[in-house]
Design a protein around this ligand. Structure first.
Ligand code: SF4
Ligand code: SF4
Length: 226
């Protein structure tokens, strides 16, 4: 996924939760992302708000959201709550305030996002633009009822601004696996490939742990990233 794909997914969600750290205490609030370009993902706030003060004292932020936002009424064939296909998105990284000179230059170069920021600042003088310039995250695409494919999950990890994305999913140690098949039997996510040694398809794995419990030789490790 590139930043364009990330921004498209954020736009589809609409309102997102953003969390800041204020002297060790987390604060969450709802924001709307106002744009994205090659330099990052942008949002607005006002310099008189605690949100602004928190961002200036500690640039670490975390963003997450889900689409569609509501849990659908009703049950599936097994009598469990029904989730329509959708996705969750989360990103952890850092944000910086965008200078007036940068806003001006990008607006002059044709950026609608930066022109919008200028217009907002003209209406609300305390308005400030921030850019999440580096981060890493995951798009967690789910289809729990297998309406559109033969596996429940598709996890797409991404990173930008110099960050590195880690691999998702549990891992089978090939030196320990005796190919008994117990893990594959236990996995309801169709995430394990059979072979001389078995393998986990990380992008399909929910990290639910059923295979770890089922394996008789303790060959499967939890995910160590994110
Ligand atoms: S952790 Fe769960 S989803 Fe992942 S491979 Fe094991 S059983 Fe399947
Ligand atoms: S349960 Fe353990 S030993 Fe058996 S196939 Fe899976 S990883 Fe290999």
């Amino acid at each position: 996924m590139n930043l364009n794909d990330v921004y498209s997914a954020l736009s589809k969600i609409g309102s997102l939760t953003i969390t800041t750290l204020d002297e060790g205490t987390m604060h969450s609030r709802i924001i709307s992302i106002c744009g994205g370009d090659d330099d990052g993902i942008y949002f607005l706030t006002m310099d008189v708000k605690p949100f602004y003060r928190q961002l200036k004292s500690n640039p670490q932020i975390s963003i997450c959201g889900i689409y569609p936002s509501g849990r659908k009424e009703g049950k599936n064939a097994a009598g469990q709550p029904y989730w329509p296909p959708g996705f969750m998105l989360r990103i952890t990284g850092e944000a910086r305030e965008v200078s007036n000179a940068e806003i001006h230059d990008k607006a002059a170069a044709g950026s609608e996002l930066h022109q919008y920021s200028q217009d907002e600042a003209a209406r609300y003088p305390a308005m400030k633009l921030f850019c999440m310039f580096k981060g890493k995250g995951e798009l967690f695409d789910y289809d729990f009822e297998l309406e559109n494919r033969d596996h429940k999950l598709l996890r797409k990890r991404f990173a930008f601004g110099g960050e590195t994305a880690g691999a998702a999913g549990t891992r089978i140690d090939p030196d320990k696996c005796v190919a008994c098949g117990e893990c594959s039997e236990a996995c309801t996510f169709n995430a394990i490939v059979e072979g001389d040694v078995y393998q986990v398809l990380g992008e399909r794995c929910d990290e639910c742990g059923s295979c770890i419990i089922a394996c008789p030789v303790e060959a499967i490790e939890c995910s160590k990233t994110m």
